[in-house]
Each structure stands twice: as structure tokens, then as C-alpha cells.
Design a protein around this ligand. Structure first.
Ligand SMILES: [Zn+2]
Length: 333
């Protein structure tokens, strides 16, 4: 990061410290879970496994705590049917637990990283109102399963998730969050017989894609937009965190069809800190060219919940994992 950027970050620390002091400061609050939900007789959710790491709590850091923090959820993937493996029908309850926990914290925003539902448009009616109880600002990344609705309703999906555009960006205290749409070129958003569906089939065949049909790619217009977004961030001295539903790295069958092209595009921009995604329910981690690639575990898979709170410091991210999710410290390059 250039000196200009560091200055912005430092000014941010001072401003935040002053704001917290003026507000009576919740910075002594522990990040430990401290809530009781689920458990025997209450749906059987295994909350005993919920945990966090005290060291990532505000006030525990020698630099005086994080600049800000945000919440992340991957693959809530709700459906009313219980499922034989994944616990689709428990996701509304796990999401509610997560929302209650997030509402007890000072979060700059909460982002769901795609596959909010497993299938059927009506599923949005169950989990949408729960997510809307979040007091923090909220964002959605679009995932393949979000389009697992009847053809006639596919076009309504972005709007039901509150999205005017399926790829977009926003900034918080010198960090630019760039949200990507990995279903851009894919089989998911488009009804049978449409030119877009035909184009996706051509793309898949012409590029001899070996990855599954349930992934997708960023199209040319989105790649050009991403390049402009990164150039703008670099010029303003901002750091960048990318969100996408699909992973790009390490190599994995869940990855974007054009993961290599996306990585080649972002790597020259040393403002990029991390690329965070869902879709691979097991979670994953890798680092390439200084960029952290973090796959968060899915909320849906087991009776144990899974979500994360990310603390943003001026030299690192600290990911506090809850339930199945891991704790990670991600230093900036
Ligand atoms: Zn997915």
C-alpha cells in the first residue's frame, strides 16, 4: 500500500478511537459467544461446539483493537425438506442464532456469500425475514443455488436478495469490498431456450471446461469492471477484499471456470488482500502472490452452526470462527 493509503488507515484508527470514546465505548466487550440457543429440547442444534477466540476481541490487541469488524455467512442454503446429508431444514434456526449473535456485536456490515437457499423461491420467504432482522448493513453475494427456482421466477432472484446489480462494490474505512457474480456466465440464472443459456453452453464447450456445470465464470464485461474497480482502489490508496460465491484457489473442483484468468487479473494489484468465498462446504485456504484465498465452511451441512466475524486491523485480518468455522490470522502483504 502507498503512504497515502497508510495515512488514511491511521486517520481511521484515530477517528474510530475518538468515536468509541465519545460513545461510551463498547470496546471492552468480549467476543465470546455468551448466548444460548438451540441445544437439547430446542431443535437439537449442537451449540456446545460453538466457540470463538478471545484474543480477537476488541481491546485485546496492542495496537488498540480493530478498525472495524464485519460478519460473514456462507451457504445458509435453506429448504423446508430435512435432507439426508445436509441439514437444509435446520438452516432457518441456525441463521436465527447467527443473527442474534451478530446483533450483539458492533459490525460494520454482514455479508452472506451465496446459496442463501437450496431450492424453491418460497424458501426466500422463510430465511429472508430472519436475515432482515440484522441491525448491521447487509449484503448478498449471488450463488448457484439461489437460482434453483422455476424458470419463470429466475429473473426475480437478484431483487429478492436486495440486489440492483449482481456485482458491485462498497467501501468501509479505506477497505474496498468488491462483490463478484460467479453465476455471470453459467447455467443457473437463465431459463431454457434463452440466448444467455445458449451462450453459457457455448462458453462451456468452446473452452473445454473440465469443472462441473454447477460452477460458473465472470464474463468479459464483469472482468473489465473488476479491473476498473481495482485500478480505482489502488489509485485511492484503498485495500481490497473480494467476495465471490465460488472459490478461485487452491485448485479444486468447486472453482470458477475462469479462476486462472481472474487471479491473473487481480494479482498485479498489490492493494488486494484477500478473496473470500463459500460454495465448497468443507472450507479451504491457500495463498498465492500474497493474496489470501479463504473458503468459509457452509452453515447448512451439520447440526453445528458455522459463521465468522472478521476483525480488520491496519496490518491484518483476524477471522474468528464460530461453530465449525476456523480461526485465522491473515497478515497483509
Ligand atoms: Zn454453491
Amino acid at each position: 500500500m502507498c503512504d497515502h493509503g497508510r495515512l488514511i488507515v491511521r486517520v481511521g484508527v484515530v477517528s474510530l478511537a475518538l468515536a468509541l470514546a465519545a460513545a461510551g465505548c463498547r470496546s471492552g466487550k468480549s467476543i465470546s459467544m455468551g448466548f444460548s440457543a438451540g441445544g437439547a429440547g430446542n431443535g437439537g442444534l449442537d451449540t456446545a461446539a460453538l466457540r470463538s477466540d478471545e484474543s480477537s476481541g476488541v481491546g485485546g490487541d496492542k495496537a488498540g483493537g480493530p478498525l472495524f469488524r464485519f460478519g460473514l455467512i456462507a451457504d445458509c442454503q435453506y429448504h423446508k425438506e430435512p435432507g439426508t446429508g445436509r441439514k437444509y431444514s435446520l438452516s432457518d434456526r441456525k441463521l436465527a442464532e447467527c443473527v442474534n449473535d451478530f446483533n450483539s456485536r458492533d459490525l460494520a456490515f454482514v455479508c452472506h456469500l451465496g446459496d442463501f437457499i437450496d431450492r424453491d423461491f418460497e424458501s426466500f420467504d422463510v430465511v429472508g425475514p430472519i436475515f432482515d432482522r440484522l441491525q448491521a448493513k447487509t449484503y448478498h453475494v449471488i450463488g448457484n443455488h439461489d437460482y434453483s427456482v422455476v424458470d419463470e421466477r429466475k429473473a426475480e432472484v437478484p431483487a429478492v436478495l436486495g440486489l440492483d446489480k449482481t456485482y458491485y462494490d462498497f467501501a468501509v474505512q479505506g477497505i474496498r469490498f468488491v462483490v463478484l457474480d460467479g453465476t455471470d456466465v453459467s447455467f443457473h440464472p437463465y431459463a431454457e431456450g434463452t440466448p444467455e443459456k445458449q451462450a453459457a453452453k457455448r462458453y462451456y464447450d468452446d473452452n473445454n471446461i473440465q469443472l462441473p456445470t454447477w460452477n460458473g465464470a465472470l464474463g468479459d464485461a464483469q472482468l473489465a469492471w473488476l479491473k476498473r474497480a481495482l485500478a480505482g482502489a489502488q489509485e485511492r490508496g484503498e485495500r481490497v477484499i473480494l467476495f465471490c460465491h465460488f472459490p478461485a484457489f487452491p485448485e479444486n473442483i468447486h472453482n470458477l471456470w475462469n479462476a486462472e484468468a481472474v487471479m491473473n487479473l487481480i494479482e498485479p494489484y498489490d492493494c488486494v488482500i484477500a478473496y473470500i468465498n463459500g460454495h465448497n462446504h468443507h472450507g479451504n485456504y491457500g495463498r498465492r502472490a500474497g493474496i489470501h484465498y479463504v473458503t468459509l465452511k457452509a452453515m447448512v451441512d451439520t447440526e453445528t452452526n458455522s459463521y465468522a466475524v472478521v476483525d480488520v486491523f491496519d496490518d491484518r485480518l483476524e477471522v474468528a470462527g464460530f461453530g465449525r468455522e476456523s480461526r485465522r490470522v491473515l497478515p497483509f502483504r
